[in-house]
Design a protein around this ligand. Structure first.
Ligand code: NAD
Length: 230
């Protein structure tokens, strides 16, 4: 019997690459995305509950959750709209992941080998300038992942966190190519941005049934960026 995965943010970028790779491996994939059909906003508790109930009914019990939905937002605490930015960013990037996990947990625990992969960021290890709401959300997501690993590890469930560095997706497409190249040359040992498929490869590896002893890990996938000190 093929497994069932819920992939948030699966309409674009890293989530889409993950959904495609899981599908290739014979996993039945449900995408929850605000740009999907129907649209699902992961920050809406009732919407998430209804979407997961729909997945259960159409595809069956959920074995895998990948939380890739996210928004980039920045600013300084003194900015006019900072409170709104803070609330929106935490609602999607942190609370959204919790809501999806919470809705799927009964299934993940019942099947004895549930897999959760949360997509954080290298911002889970440190802070870039002017992006405190995003940084806080990603640190929180890494913490939530570890707490899940600790609370549910005894039930065969694993929860791990993948932390992409700069990756070519919808989130970074507005950055001018010249700026991307300067950043990549200075900061990324690989000398380039990553491709969404390179992040998806690691996410999907963590969803394997045999990936049963890696739990609570927070893994950079960043072309060596966080390893480089100068
Ligand atoms: P993306 O913009 O290509 O994809 C994000 C997806 O999330 C989109 O399909 C969007 O519709 C969906 N989404 C946003 N808000 C949502 C909501 N409220 N409800 C449901 N869906 C929602 O960006 P991406 O780079 O593929 O981002 C995937 C994850 O990777 C994000 O969590 C992001 O923070 C993280 N990340 C990306 C980079 C990068 O450089 N691209 C780096 C580090 C971490």
């Amino acid at each position: 019997m093929s497994r069932v995965a819920v992939v948030t943010g699966g309409h674009s970028g890293i989530g889409r690459a993950t959904a495609r790779l899981l599908d290739k491996q014979g996993v039945r994939v449900a995408v929850l995305d605000r740009d999907g059909t129907p649209p699902v906003d992961v920050s809406d508790p009732a919407g998430v509950e209804a979407a997961v109930a729909g997945v259960r009914q159409t595809l069956g019990s959920v074995n895998i959750v990948v939380n890739a939905a996210g928004i980039a937002a920045g600013g300084l605490p003194t900015d006019d709209h900072y409170i709104e930015t803070w609330q929106n960013t935490l609602a999607v990037n942190l609370t959204g992941a919790m809501l999806v996990v919470r809705a799927c947990l009964p299934d993940l625990l019942a099947n004895g080998s549930g897999r959760i992969v949360n997509v954080a960021s290298t911002e889970a290890f440190g802070a870039g300038r002017f992006s405190s709401p995003y940084t806080v959300a990603k640190h929180g997501l890494a913490g939530f992942t570890k707490a899940l690993a600790v609370d549910y590890g005894r039930y065969g469930l694993t929860a791990n966190c993948v932390c992409p560095g700069a990756t070519l997706t919808g989130m970074t497409e507005a950055i001018p190519e010249a700026d991307r190249m300067v950043f990549a040359r200075r900061r990324i040992p690989a000398g380039r941005y990553g491709r969404p498929e390179e992040i998806a490869h690691v996410i999907v590896a963590l969803t394997a049934k045999d990936a049963s002893f890696i739990n609570g890990a927070v893994i950079p996938v960043d072309g060596g960026m966080t390893a480089q000190t100068r």
